[in-house]
Design a protein around this ligand. Structure first.
Ligand code: FES
Length: 113
């Protein structure tokens, strides 16, 4: 995907502020809540809502490249949004495109989920 496909990009955090073992909750200007997840030097953004019971994912852990829901343990691949295990298997969370520019995390329009 090119940057032009994502429409407006919004600055949400600095890369160094995103932990590597926990999600960072951020809120876009329009009120949408997202979780940023950092895997090594790459940052991913998914909606902060578990499709199982609509509870927030932002209190969860990052486990093996997945964001684990703190409520009932569903795990979501942050690259694709797909639930790979747990009670929400087969569902997906919305994934947002991410750019990193000079250490700043920018989030664009949603691309799936
Ligand atoms: S609310 Fe996320 S697994 Fe139940």
């Amino acid at each position: 995907m090119s940057g032009a496909d994502a429409g407006t990009w919004e600055r949400v955090a600095r890369v160094e502020d995103v932990p590597t073992d926990l999600p960072l909750a951020v809120t876009l200007v329009d009120g949408r809540r997202l979780c940023l997840v950092r895997l090594h030097e790459e940052v991913f953004a998914v909606e902060d809502r578990c499709p199982h019971r609509d509870f927030p994912l932002s209190g969860g852990d990052v486990v093996n490249g997945c964001l684990e829901c703190p409520w009932h343990g569903a795990r979501f691949d942050v690259r694709t949004g797909q639930c790979v295990s747990g009670p929400s298997e087969g569902d997906a969370v919305t994934v947002y495109p991410v750019l990193q520019v000079n250490g700043v995390v920018l989030v664009g329009g949603a691309v799936g989920g």
